[in-house]
Write a protein that binds this ligand. Structure first.
Ligand SMILES: NC(=O)c1ccc[n+]([C@@H]2O[C@H](COP(=O)([O-])OP(=O)(O)OC[C@H]3O[C@@H](n4cnc5c(N)ncnc54)[C@H](OP(=O)(O)O)[C@@H]3O)[C@@H](O)[C@H]2O)c1
Length: 226
């Protein structure tokens, strides 16, 4: 059986690794991002996506619909984070966090429902420990991830009859390009590696479909980064 997956934020970091992993495990992957990837694989569709734009998300799904009406795996991963104090954060940046990290998943799932496969579709959301733990200087990120978690918890109950699986991941800091843009001075040694994230992700994807993982929190053994 051909299995179809959507990965948002496939151009960098975790999303890029997830897309490559799924391709090597036989999935046909629709990767969504603004900048695209250099993945060359006949089963990879590099689709332009601005997750914060309703029009862009609808166009993304129009492309998906040309190939399939069934999605077996969704990796809700696209996200941004700016590290700045509340006093120095602009309202524009705060709104952008909400638009990408909170409104984005709403648009993604609003348009997904007709592609769900009963008892098969698996929805994996890459939230963050910041979805239920407050860190200083990432107020917009915290607010947007707490918001995303609230949305996912509501959706889970609304879609109960579809019998799809929801896995919410709450990783701590991971050494990805996200941190290059943040300019934070934290030691990369105290962050998880992308391979650590992938070992958890691999376990979940390969687990029997009768198992669900409502919440998985994992972080570097050094603890929370702050
Ligand atoms: N790294 C960490 O420490 C960490 C820890 C916990 C959770 N997370 C979460 O993991 C997810 C992936 O982060 P990462 O560390 O892999 O960061 P990353 O390397 O910066 O990748 C972020 C991805 O999100 C995409 N993206 C951002 N804005 C988008 C938009 N408007 N529309 C579509 N795609 C968009 C980016 O693509 P384009 O810019 O090309 O659009 C990129 O592919 C995020 O949700 C993040 O919150 C990260």
């Amino acid at each position: 059986m051909q299995r179809f997956a959507i990965v948002t934020g496939s151009s960098s970091g975790l999303g890029l690794e997830v897309a490559k992993f799924l391709l090597s495990n036989g999935y046909t992957v629709f990767g969504g991002s603004r900048s695209g990837t250099d993945i060359e694989n006949e089963n990879f569709y590099d689709v332009e996506l601005d997750i914060s734009s309703e029009e862009s998300v609808e166009e993304f799904y129009e492309t998906v619909r040309e190939y399939t009406d069934k999605i077996h795996l969704v990796v809700n991963n696209a996200g941004i984070c700016e590290m700045v104090s509340v006093a120095d954060m602009t309202a524009e940046s705060f709104e952008e966090h909400l638009a990408i990290n909170t409104l984005g998943p709403f648009l993604l799932f609003k348009n997904l429902e007709s592609f769900l496969v009963k008892e098969q579709t698996h929805i994996i959301s890459v939230l963050s420990t910041a979805a239920h733990y407050g860190y200083p200087n990432v107020s917009a990120y915290n607010a947007s991830k707490f918001g995303q978690l609230g949305f996912m918890e509501s959706l889970k109950k609304e879609w109960k009859d579809h019998k799809v699986r929801f896995t919410n991941l709450f990783p701590g800091a991971i050494d990805t390009p996200l941190w290059n843009k943040m300019g934070a001075k934290f030691s990369r040694e105290k962050m998880l590696k992308v391979q650590d994230f992938m070992s958890v992700f691999t376990y979940i994807v390969h687990a029997p479909t009768t198992i669900q993982f409502p919440e998985i929190t994992f972080l570097h053994r050094e603890g929370y980064l702050e």
